[in-house]
Design a protein around this ligand. Structure first.
Ligand SMILES: Nc1nc2c(c(=O)[nH]1)N[C@H]1C(S)=C(S)[C@@H](COP(=O)(O)OP(=O)(O)OC[C@H]3O[C@@H](n4cnc5c(=O)[nH]c(N)nc54)[C@H](O)[C@@H]3O)O[C@H]1N2
Ligand SMILES: Nc1nc2c(c(=O)[nH]1)N[C@H]1C(S)=C(S)[C@@H](COP(=O)(O)OP(=O)(O)OC[C@H]3O[C@@H](n4cnc5c(=O)[nH]c(N)nc54)[C@H](O)[C@@H]3O)O[C@H]1N2
Ligand code: SF4
Ligand SMILES: [Mo]
Length: 689
């Protein structure tokens, strides 16, 4: 029997676990532990454990498809490329937009970024980080000069107090959850604040239930309590930060007394007091946050507030401290690092900075230049422009994203995408978004390519080929090379391997400058920044100085604001949305995995027994959930694990899609939608209706 083990990294979450793919007769048949990874030490969560199950699904796309008279017909790659090249050449640069992907490698995001800015010459490129940690990228960059998770995953185990706010770490980043358990076993206090009594919350020493959208008030209240008691780190504030007095002026307002914060958040005063005391007095304290903080119209404010409390307590640049913004998708950190954002090239070099623009223009050598030195549209802006100003954007190229399930207000998204003259979707499955496309291109999946991905702790790790792609599917970067060649730019896309692309990335990206495949090809890989080949990489950021040019951290005073939509007589409940342990986003992969699909075969709406009683709704009963955007029928899950007045839906399930309901209101800076709070009404479905 011909069995091989191919070491690779997980295609799901940003934790960046490693495992072996078990390959029999040239096909992946299973997952086996790989013990030498310092991230997961051989352990896996269910998604990693079953990460082989979708790979050889009969539904994989195997040939390019071209829509003719409303129906997809198989086509050759040449036919598909010819059509795409002809159409793309017929538009002006800024009439086209690209969505890159947090699911694919750094090399592939770089290839799409270069294709967008160099071949199409459009300013408009973005990806799902917009829906996810855009607030982090903007907020932490303003506070610390760098928008990334400050400490490493292993470091969390050393913390003496872990404050989990807006992260269901045990279900969404289980192998980071393991480090929290280790910290706890070593005596750390665990504080969890969440509107839901999640599996993470159930492990806490102190659990604070609160109403979605009150995070700034909670953090300001805790800071007021810390300052009142003189628990702030005066030395850190003096030597490493600025604008402390401005912060103090706001957080010391009566509006943020614990009594007032308790009114806004519904957290008892005594709990807020305890949280502030444990947090401030711990030798080291870290914050772990994720979407509960970022996905708000005040997402950037929320993020800056986490930075404020960490500077106030001197918990930065040291082991066991930090603002641990847990990045979601396997390679969302990398897609951002690669400049798949409308404002930056790789390594956060600004598009509007003339020197950076010239650097890329010179390095790439497009004879007819690259995109203008102007910022482009964010994903959410693209959808608004499409829906509200039809004709301004005419064509879109979407790689590895499924906005028809994942973007807010799906009726709006459908209206938007339907105004396009030409849509190309490159995916591994026929998705709801691909159904709307003119051309669908079949891509290889993670197990079928070499490449690198960057985890939430900025660790750049390898993917390795375990089997050939199905049918005629191709690796994503190869598709860009071939298409660029068809459009007359073969010289700018000369790569023969993923490694060739990485070499180019390292040349133009200072934070990746010292990396190469030989250095990455070992269990611990490397954390960026790693500017030179001698540099050992940087597991912890901001030691001794922040990343701003003057090295100083910035306090930002923040006032609490309620969500864009708050409950009223007509829509009396807060709807918050998110995930479950077993499924991944739009379900394309996990719903094709029998072991995972069996656990949660459909969606639900979670509600408190008191709310259910008032609505005369029983557990498991089908109910109708309605917002100002739309309505869905969905089974009720009646549980004490959610606070009264708040309801929760996972967004994985197309048959009861949470995003039909969500609000497309955006944070003014990050342009992230408010997935975590809108107003909903729910009713029993009466017979015959
Ligand atoms: N199994 C699984 N794991 C995943 C994913 C997946 O789809 N499935 N997706 C990955 C991705 S891309 C991401 S971004 C991460 C997301 O990881 P998380 O952010 O941990 O997941 P969510 O379920 O979106 O939301 C986290 C928590 O925020 C709480 N919450 C709701 N409203 C508020 C609020 O106003 N304030 C605060 N503080 N909390 C609130 C919710 O009750 C929920 O428990 O997970 C990653 N991991
Ligand atoms: N209501 C609500 N909505 C949300 C959120 C929420 O909390 N609530 N969270 C938001 C967040 S944080 C995120 S990150 C987004 C995620 O939103 P999306 O990125 O749209 O969701 P995914 O299902 O991960 O879609 C990725 C697509 O990539 C494809 N794919 C996988 N591997 C490959 C590959 O190797 N090559 C190619 N070409 N394609 C591949 C998959 O089949 C899938 O269609 O959802 C957002 N939407
Ligand atoms: S924790 Fe994340 S990276 Fe690790 S196995 Fe689970 S999904 Fe994969
Ligand atoms: Mo995400």
């Amino acid at each position: 029997m011909d069995i091989n083990y191919v070491q690779t990294t997980c295609p799901y979450c940003g934790t960046g676990c490693s495992f072996n793919l078990v390959v029999k007769d040239k096909k992946v048949i299973g997952v086996a532990p790989y013990h030498r990874s310092p991230v997961n030490e051989g352990k896996l969560c269910p998604k990693g454990n079953y990460a082989h199950e979708f790979i050889n699904s009969p539904d994989r796309l195997t040939t390019p498809l071209i829509k003719k008279n409303g129906k997809f017909e198989p086509a050759t790659w040449d036919e598909a490329y010819d059509l795409i090249a002809k159409k793309f050449k017929s538009y002006k640069p800024d009439e086209m937009a690209c969505l890159a992907s947090a699911r694919v490698s750094n090399e592939e995001n770089y290839a799409m970024m270069k294709f967008a800015r160099g071949v199409l010459k459009t300013r408009h490129i973005d990806h799902c980080a917009r829906l996810c940690h855009a607030s982090t990228v903007a907020g932490l960059a303003a506070s610390f000069g760098s928008g990334a998770m400050t400490n490493s995953i292993g470091d969390i185990a050393q913390s003496k107090c872990v404050f989990v706010l807006g992260s269901n770490t045990f279900e969404q980043h289980p192998l980071i959850g393991r480090r929290i358990v280790q910290a706890h076993e070593n005596g750390a206090k665990l504080i969890v604040a969440d509107p839901r009594f999640t599996p993470t919350a159930k492990q806490a020493d102190l659990y604070m239930a609160f109403v979605s959208g009150s995070d700034v008030a909670i953090l300001n209240g805790m800071m007021q309590e810390i300052i009142r008691n003189g628990w702030e780190d005066k030395e850190f504030i003096k030597t490493r930060t600025k604008d402390y007095e401005k912060l103090k002026e706001v957080v010391m307002k009566d509006a943020y007394s614990l009594e007032n914060v308790s009114k806004i958040s519904k957290i008892p005063v005594a709990q807020l007091k305890t949280a502030a005391e444990w947090f401030a007095k711990a030798e080291s304290a870290c914050i772990c946050y994720s979407m509960g903080i970022t996905q708000h119209t005040v997402g950037v404010d929320n993020v800056k507030s986490t930075a404020n409390i960490q500077m106030l307590t001197g918990n930065l640049g040291k082991a066991g401290g930090g603002v641990n913004a847990l990045r979601g998708q396997n390679n969302v950190q990398g897609a951002c690092d690669m400049g798949a954002l409308p404002v930056v090239f790789t390594g956060y070099q600004k598009v509007i900075d003339e020197a950076a623009h010239k650097k890329f223009s010179d390095a790439w050598g497009f004879p007819d230049g690259i995109c203008e030195a102007k910022n482009g549209y964010e994903v959410t802006t693209m959808m608004d422009v499409l829906a509200d100003k039809p004709g301004e954007l005419k064509a879109m190229y979407i790689m590895g994203e499924n906005p028809m399930i994942s973007d807010p207000d799906l009726h709006h998204v459908e209206k938007a995408l339907k105004t396009l003259d030409f849509l190309v979707v490159q995916d591994i499955f026929m998705t709801e978004t691909a159904e709307l496309a003119d051309v669908v291109l079949p891509a290889a999946c993670y197990a079928e390519r070499d490449g690198t991905q960057t985890s939430t702790e900025r660790r750049v790790q390898m993917w390795r080929v375990a089997q050939a792609p199905p049918g005629e599917a191709k690796v994503d970067w190869q598709i860009f090379c071939e298409l660029a060649a068809k459009m007359g730019y073969a010289k700018q896309f000369p790569w023969k391997s993923a490694e060739d692309i990485f070499t180019e990335i390292a040349k133009v990206t200072p934070s990746y400058g010292g990396m190469n495949y030989a250095r990455l090809n070992r269990p611990e890989a490397l954390h960026w920044p790693c500017p030179t080949v001698e540099h050992p990489g940087s597991p912890i950021l901001h030691i001794g100085r922040f990343s701003h040019p003057d090295g100083i951290g910035v306090f930002t005073p923040i006032e609490w604001k309620p969500p864009a939509e708050v409950p009223d007589a007509e829509y009396p409940y807060v709807l918050t949305t998110g995930r479950c342990l077993w499924h991944w986003h739009t379900g394309t992969m996990t719903r094709r995995s029998d072991s995972l699909e069996r656990e949660e075969p459909t969606g639900w709406i979670e509600m408190n027994p008191e709310d259910a009683k008032a609505l005369d709704i029983k557990d498991h009963e089908m109910v109708r959930a309605m917002t100002r955007r739309g309505q869905v029928n969905v089974p009720a899950r009646v549980t004490k694990d959610i606070m009264k007045g708040v309801m929760f839906m996972p967004f994985h399930f197309k048959e009861c899609a949470a995003n039909v309901l969500t609000n497309n209101a955006l944070d003014p800076v990050a342009k992230i939608p408010e997935f975590k709070a809108c107003s909903v009404k729910v009713e029993k479905i009466k017979e015959g209706k």
